[in-house]
Design a protein around this ligand. Structure first.
Ligand code: NAP
Length: 612
């Protein structure tokens, strides 16, 4: 259908009606909106019938410890691991890690559901590959391989001897007298540390919808991040033999649901997939790593691959496309450049915005066409089509998900209200009762309660100030690392840092930067570092400005965790710095290389501070 841009009068060839899509987006959004927004969820620990304990490790027994440290790292996922690795590499010896899981890995420790993989290329996702001498076996490695790599990093850098597992921080308080943090844990430990580095993860606390009747169910219930292989049989590779005589419901069709459904479909006697909002599901094209390619790699290859990938998704001019995956095609397409013959940036502003909107819709239509080409039943195919801006929810990449709906044992139970209720023998969706033996919640992780709510402890800085209160209107940092009033505290998560797709790359860069700062503190007699009020305020304003376009986009989206379930001020990425990752890290390098540490203030270390 010919479409003419109103200002430049340039014709665009599209095969959909944008007005029709806009109306449909709005109708679906309205159908999905609910008053309770983020309050619609609860933790696993709020529901007695759902087990929140660790199914993967035997309980560790140990005595509480009291230790005086140079650095304490909270978290043993890839953020904490890379922090430990770079601290060790920088010659820092007196540090510890504290991790809630029974081993390293974070996300990859907990998420062991069948089919778990990362749909970001493993060769750029898994950190420290060259340093540890490892090359992933597949383009998209299985979760177990990613978890093993976390263990490899732990061994390579001697981190097992420095880590307390199955341990949670319960309090973190700055002691001005001794210029140290005091951190206590649920094991009765007491750590007194010069620097506190936090990497507790973004999506770590599993959540369930508050569904009426959840306590009445007489069958089995669990969350995907606490997979019970004792009940299902099999492993993350499949063969869930105990499900062959079971009727199973899986609730949730985000990235986890999309990965798990093909495995459940293959083994369960019957599978009901409860879908509130469909995901965009594009091809993945996994393949084994080519040994010839591995033999051709030269030192610096992973760095080069990161630079190429980040360059493409950040809109920089780069030579070639080394990763050549769905993400590196998606971001350039979102600009709409392929739709017009003139440079998009030279179009009048209104036309630029329209071209971007049409490009977004065009991508969505390609996802619809893929559903139609795979799913044979037209009603089911229609039910699996998403109607929202392409980046309203995380696009998924999977080659078996849509096919699963062609199996006779699989039913799509779709309703914009999601699951309505649970009875002693099943679930209710859109007024229909489905008898099931097992309910598996693929309903994601808590996002709305701020770090203290999610991690279970607040950070108390100078003069007893609470970080949770200080962050009540959103995070406040300088460059995403440092917060005024909380000296020697370093945040290693995504907060106020540039990040688009590869979360672990961001963690690695933050850890590298933080570790050299710790080294600097130890070498130069500095007692504390802390941002100036002005530097922090400027950075917060810069991050807010960077997100204005995204906030407008999210405001028009179907609710989901990206947009705070419709409460955009609580959108999970609102605190992320929406800028080119390349520019951000160049800025950080220039800041470091200047040696001036502009924006930070240092206080000298006080002599002979007695640590009680
Ligand atoms: P998620 O993205 O939050 O998805 C949760 C799902 O549960 C959504 O489909 C949601 O529907 C649904 N849901 C929530 N309440 C419901 C209700 N009352 N009734 C029915 N459905 C309900 O969680 P996730 O899929 O576990 O993913 C968590 C994070 O891990 C995401 O960041 C994801 O991108 C990431 N992940 C990444 C990969 C990878 O390959 N890289 C793989 C897995 C997970 P609505 O959309 O309607 O809210």
């Amino acid at each position: 259908m010919p479409f003419t841009l109103p200002e430049s009068k340039i014709a665009i060839d599209i095969d959909f009606d944008p007005d029709h899509l806009r109306q449909r987006f709005e109708a679906d959004k309205q159908a999905r909106e609910r008053k309770d927004q983020l309050a619609q969820f609860q933790g696993l620990d709020d529901v007695l019938e759902v087990d929140d304990s660790d199914p993967f490790s035997e309980p560790i027994t140990r005595e509480p410890v009291t230790e005086e440290l140079d650095a304490l790292v909270l978290g043993g996922g890839f953020g904490g691991l890379t922090a430990g690795a770079y601290l060790a590499q920088n010659g820092v010896e007196n540090f510890r890690l504290v991790e809630y899981g029974g081993d390293f890995g974070g996300t990859w420790y907990w998420n062991r559901y069948p089919g778990v993989q990362c749909d970001i290329e493993s060769h750029i996702y898994m950190p420290l590959l060259e340093e540890t001498g490892y090359v992933p076996s597949q383009r998209y490695a299985d979760g177990s391989e990613i978890f093993e790599h976390a263990q490899r990093i732990g061994r390579h850098y001697g981190l097992y001897d420095r880590t307390y597992f199955q341990t949670r921080a319960t309090h973190a308080r700055w002691d001005e007298q001794i210029q140290r943090w005091e951190v206590t844990t649920d094991r009765g430990d007491r750590f007194v540390t010069r620097v506190l580095l936090r990497s507790n993860g973004a999506l770590t606390k599993p959540q369930l919808p508050k569904v009426p009747g959840i306590g009445d169910f007489e069958g089995k219930i669990f969350h995907t991040s606490r997979w019970d292989y004792g009940y299902t049989g099999g492993s993350a590779a499949g063969d869930l033999a105990h499900l062959r005589d079971k009727r199973v419901a899986v609730v949730g069709t985000g990235a986890t649901g999309v990965q798990v459904v093909p495995y459940l479909a293959q083994d369960a006697k019957e599978l009901v997939v409860v879908q509130r909002t469909p995901s965009v599901v594009q091809p993945r094209n996994n393949r084994k790593t080519d040994p010839e390619w591995v033999a051709s790699l030269t030192p610096g290859w992973q760095y080069e691959r990161h630079a190429n990938f980040n360059g493409i998704i950040s809109g920089h001019e780069v030579e070639g496309n080394l990763v050549d995956d769905g993400w590196t095609h998606l971001f350039p397409e979102l600009t709409g450049q392929h739709l017009v013959d003139v440079p998009v940036g030279e179009l009048p502003e209104g036309d630029q915005a329209l071209v971007a909107e049409l490009a977004d819709m065009n991508l969505l239509m390609s996802a619809h066409a893929r559903v139609d080409s795979i799913v044979t039943d037209p009603a089911t195919a229609d039910g699996l089509k998403p109607w929202f801006g392409y980046m309203c929810k995380r696009p998924c990449f999977n080659d078996e998900y849509l096919e699963a709906f062609n199996r006779p044992n699989v039913t799509l139970a779709a309703s914009p209200a999601g699951i309505d209720g649970i009875t002693s023998s099943g679930i209710v969706v859109a007024g229909t009762h489905y008898e099931v033996d097992c309910i598996i919640f693929a309903t994601g992780f808590e996002t709305g309660s701020g770090p203290a709510g999610i991690y279970g402890y607040d950070v108390i800085g100078r003069e007893g100030h609470s970080m949770q209160e200080y962050f009540s209107e959103g995070a406040r940092t300088f460059h995403g690392f440092f917060t005024r009033g909380f000296p020697n505290f370093v945040e290693l998560g995504m907060s106020q840092t540039a990040y688009y797709v590869n979360f672990v790359y961001m963690l690695d860069r933050k850890a590298r930067h933080a570790a050299r700062l710790v080294r600097h503190l130890l070498d130069s007699g500095i007692g504390t570092f802390e941002p100036t009020a002005e530097a922090e305020a400027d950075w917060v304003a810069e991050v807010r400005r960077s997100n204005e376009p995204r906030e407008a986009y999210w405001g028009a989206c179907t609710p989901g965790y990206y947009n705070g379930q419709g409460e955009v001020s609580k959108a999970v990425f609102r605190d992320v710095y929406n800028s080119s990752e390349i520019d951000f890290w160049n800025m950080i390098e220039a800041w470091w290389n200047s040696g001036r540490f502009e924006g930070l203030v240092f206080e000298p270390a006080r002599d002979a501070v007695p640590v009680a």
